[in-house]
Design a protein around this ligand. Structure first.
Ligand code: G1P
Length: 298
């Protein structure tokens, strides 16, 4: 069994403009948009905590102040709830509490790509393995995805990226893995391509927004070389580790929702709504009705 260092730091790249959700994202960061009543970023944080992450590094940009406020304490709100004996709501709030100093915010001054966003966190990451979580990818599952990956990483060492089969015509939206050896949940990787056209894709096994990376990946980003779409790509920096520290794809168990797209966000809203005991019956009967009638909101 390979010896690997414990993963205690995670980077959350949250600098994107969220243009696909305009006009909503004119004044709220898309990571604050909620599935039922929990912001997307809360799902990402909960998943990281379940995987043993202790330090949370947000790479933000101008206009993301609401994210910092979200993770701040809310003394007036708490005092009001306490005075009214709203213990349930107080518990909901306290579940989101983070230790002082557990979250760091770093600004990405220019939108140069995902690789660049992660590189912006290099000084805080130091010389340790770290996780990256893209909050747009919400993954529901019995065991949180990152926890599954940490367990896989404890066996493999090297770099582990979450992976999922996608329809071939969708490869141009993802990083795509060239498989060396398919071992079931785990695959060893001999190549990685960012957003290839279907005809150029080495497989249909796509990278999903969860990574456990070696610090060498950060060094590979130092030269700021540009890849697909003229952006500094994380995929390219990971690919450079294939013949060094090694790269593995990990087929996680769970349902992934692409909350960076309107359709994926709506699907997640329905799924997470149905998963709530207090909402299920009424919501399901509503869904059955509108589906039967083919009725849309006017
Ligand atoms: C990013 C990565 C891509 C990955 C995807 C997963 O792309 O660059 O390799 O497959 O996340 O969601 P983005 O969706 O930010 O364009």
């Amino acid at each position: 069994m390979a010896m690997s260092r414990k993963v205690t730091k995670a980077v959350f790249p949250v600098a994107g403009l969220g243009t696909r959700f305009l006009p909503a994202t004119k004044s709220i960061p898309k990571e604050i948009m909620s599935l039922v009543d929990r912001p997307l970023i809360q799902y990402a944080i909960d998943e990281a905590r379940a995987a043993g992450i202790e330090e949370f590094i947000f790479v933000t940009s101008r206009g993301k102040g609401a994210l910092e406020d979200y993770f701040d304490s809310a003394p007036v709100l708490e005092a009001t709830l306490k005075a009214k004996n709203k213990t349930d709501l107080l518990n909901v709030l306290q579940d989101t509490d983070m230790d002082s100093g557990a979250i760091a915010y770093i600004r990405q001054r220019e939108a140069l790509g995902l690789g660049h966003a992660v590189w912006c966190a290099r000084r805080l990451l130091g010389n340790e393995p770290f996780a990256v979580i893209l909050p747009d990818d919400v993954i529901a599952g019995k065991k949180p995805c990152l926890q599954q990956m940490v367990e896989a990483y404890e066996n493999t060492g090297g770099n582990v990226v979450a992976a999922m089969e996608v329809p071939k015509e969708m490869t141009s939206s993802y990083g795509v893995l060239d498989i060396q050896e398919d071992m079931g949940a785990l695959v060893s990787v001999k190549g990685m391509v960012e957003k290839p056209k279907a005809e150029d894709a080495p497989s249909n096994l796509a990278v999903i927004g969860r990574y456990i990376l070696t610090p060498d990946v950060l060094k590979n980003l130092d030269d700021h070389s540009k890849g697909a779409g003229g952006e500094i790509q994380l995929t390219d920096a990971i690919a450079k580790e294939i013949d060094r520290s090694g790269v593995y794809g990990f087929r996680f168990e769970g349902q992934r929702y692409d909350c960076g797209s309107k359709s994926g966000y709506l699907q997640a809203t329905v799924a997470f709504g149905l998963a709530r005991d207090e909402l299920r019956d009424e919501f399901l009967s509503f869904l059955n009705d509108i589906v039967a009638l083919g009725k849309a909101a006017e």
